[in-house]
Design a protein around this ligand. Sequence first.
Ligand code: FE2
Ligand code: FE2
Length: 294
Amino acid sequence: MLHEKSLRSHIIKRPEKIQVRKPQWTFAEFVGKEPRSEFGRMLFGALSLVFPEGERFFIRSVKHFAGEISDATLTQDIKDFIGQEAQHGKVHEIFNKAVLGHDYNIEPFLAWYKSAMFDTLEKSVEAVFGPKLMLAVTAAAEHFTATWAAHSLGSGYLEEHVANQNMLDFMQWHALEEIEHKHVAFDVLQEIDDSYTLRAAGMLYCATILPFVISVAFVSLLINAKARAPKSGSNIFSFLSDAISEGKNGTLLTSFIPAVLAYLKPGFHPSDNDDYAVARRVAEGIEQRMVNVA
Ligand SMILES: [Fe+2]
Ligand SMILES: [Fe+2]
């Protein structure tokens, strides 16, 4: 069986500090307002619906092994990782309830998602394969969020298309923190068990489930439109043109297979992709504005 720690002889870069930020956005200015792109909001909305319960799963799976980590830096990183993910879940839930909940019936998806993916699937798979696999799934999921984050911060797409500063800050805040903590679940997994097979099994599970739940969330927004239903129907052409425009960004789809292949390379480490400078640059602007909203 292949064990990976010995494959990494190079120095692995990590951020100086994982900063837990506590933004106070209420999103009141977006409630009932026309989005810049209906398709874009549904796509972001699908991710936003998936995040909170998914992030609670990430926290559970890492916390399970926190007591077994002896390295003081990694122990602090685990605390900050939990702090960041808890904030992400909290803020996305505020957005989901206030903005998405105003225009779409989001409850059926949320109820199905929690019951099917966590109360049933997570519990069953963990009972058979153990909590190490759940940690490996989280490490893989964090690779996807970090990949999408790096793309969204690096491409300039969000700055170009999202005019509202609070919405831009919201999207970029989550993205930059995904970069800051991208090594944590991975390093905990390596400390607990550095088996390549286990890491690859986590990716297999994640690469199957994640696109599936995001797709179900997207379709649920499409068919559960409440206040916007008549408009969405009559604006089918603008919806399709938004889809083509967002598709050119290509973040979710075109980066998926390359992300899986990069992750499956023996000896891979998330910090091999050094995108900390762009995360730091974006963080500085957001932190200054957060003083004003806190
Ligand atoms: Fe997150
Ligand atoms: Fe994360």
